[in-house]
Design a protein around this ligand. Structure first.
Ligand SMILES: [Mg+2]
Length: 228
């Protein structure tokens, strides 16, 4: 069912899709912020609060993260605030000036909006994170519909999420494209049967390109062309 769209950094035409479901972090926005926040800042603040070394804090927290990977908790600001006893909403707000678009993402959104396609942002981010990121980036200028998996009650990695999203948005899978940087999520969307599923190869502008074997891909959304 899923069409193979050759990537290799060549432009990929997405004209034939009427609906484009877009992930936020690592697809439109630079994952460098999230990597900084969760992997550097949170362990540093936790180390200070617990009066332990940065290394010990990092090891402990990375283990906790690994234990929740792929679940809604992993993406949940409230869960980690409770777990680590840190005011993460305040910390996120205080570091929000670091939130950035990925290269070419704004231009892609502008083209996609002008093409008249239905654009829906579909994220595993917590509602508060989504709200902060909308405020900082102005994503709502281009996108009118936003869905957080926390409202649905299942992460994008699960088929339950896709069934609920389908019911809520009433999109036609045959004319719907989904773009995301998470491979387990890409696999779930492919399994659900969307006509187009494209993986992002460079979600973090500070990191090298990743291998995305077995899936259609582009380096970034700037390589998606909408005919405008
Ligand atoms: Mg992502």
């Amino acid at each position: 069912m899923t069409e193979k769209i050759s990537g290799l950094s060549d432009p990929v035409a997405v004209d034939r899709y009427e609906t484009i479901l877009l992930d936020m972090d690592g697809t439109l926005l630079d994952l460098a912020f999230d990597n900084y926040f969760w992997r550097e800042l949170v362990p540093r603040v936790y180390a200070r609060q617990q009066d332990i070394t940065h290394h010990a804090a990092r090891t402990h927290i990375y283990e906790l993260y690994a234990g929740r990977e792929g679940t809604l908790d992993w993406y949940c600001l409230d869960f980690w605030a409770r777990q680590l006893q840190l005011d993460l909403p305040a910390l996120k707000q205080a570091s929000s000036h670091r939130i950035r678009f990925l290269p070419g993402a704004r231009e892609f959104l502008q083209r996609a909006r002008l093409s008249g396609k239905r654009l829906v942002l579909v994220t595993n981010a917590h509602q508060l994170t989504l709200s902060i990121k909308k405020d900082v980036t102005g994503l709502h200028y281009w996108i009118k519909e936003f869905v957080s998996s926390h409202d649905i009650g299942a992460p994008k990695e699960q088929q339950d999420f896709w069934a609920a999203l389908h019911k809520q948005l009433q999109f036609d899978p045959d004319t719907t494209l989904f773009v995301d940087d998470s491979l387990p999520v890409i696999e779930a969307a492919t399994e659900y049967g969307l006509a187009g599923v494209i993986a992002i190869r460079r979600p973090d502008s500070r990191q090298p390109l990743r291998e995305v074997a077995g899936h259609a891909f582009v380096d970034g959304v700037e390589h998606l062309t909408t005919g405008h």
